[in-house]
Design a protein around this ligand. Structure first.
Ligand SMILES: [Zn+2]
Length: 121
């Protein structure tokens, strides 16, 4: 049982969530698949079902990837004027890799933020 003194700060919970670990104890895994959450923490029994992130991780991921890709594309276009196939061959894979790479970590951090917002301090 977690006491009030054991409760993690928001920063600690976000770091744990980013690592896809339980925001409360930091040792149990929140995910049982790529984006599928488990039922509860194997270590502290925190239920993960109430930490529903819905579409928020996708919005944050789109915002981050969009800023990187669009600014990179525009910067490359303004400095080097490469052909379209060069732009596409750089930025389409970058978008795919960044999106699929960031999404589970951002989902974990969002779930940790929801955990901190929902707990009764
Ligand atoms: Zn836990």
């Amino acid at each position: 049982m977690t006491t009030l003194a054991d409760r993690p700060t928001l920063a600690t919970a976000l770091k744990r969530g980013w690592r896809r670990k339980c925001p409360q104890c930091g040792s149990g895994h929140m995910f049982k698949g790529y984006l599928t959450i488990g039922e509860a923490c194997a270590s502290c029994d925190l239920p993960f079902e109430p930490l529903r992130a819905d579409d928020a991780p996708a919005y944050f991921t789109i915002a981050i990837v969009g800023h990187v890709v669009v600014s990179g594309l525009l910067a490359l276009e303004s400095y080097a004027h490469p052909p379209s196939w060069v732009q596409l061959s750089i930025w389409l894979p970058t978008t795919l890799v960044m999106t699929l790479g960031l999404l589970p970590y951002i989902k974990g951090a969002v779930m940790a933020a929801i955990y901190c917002a929902n707990r009764a301090d």
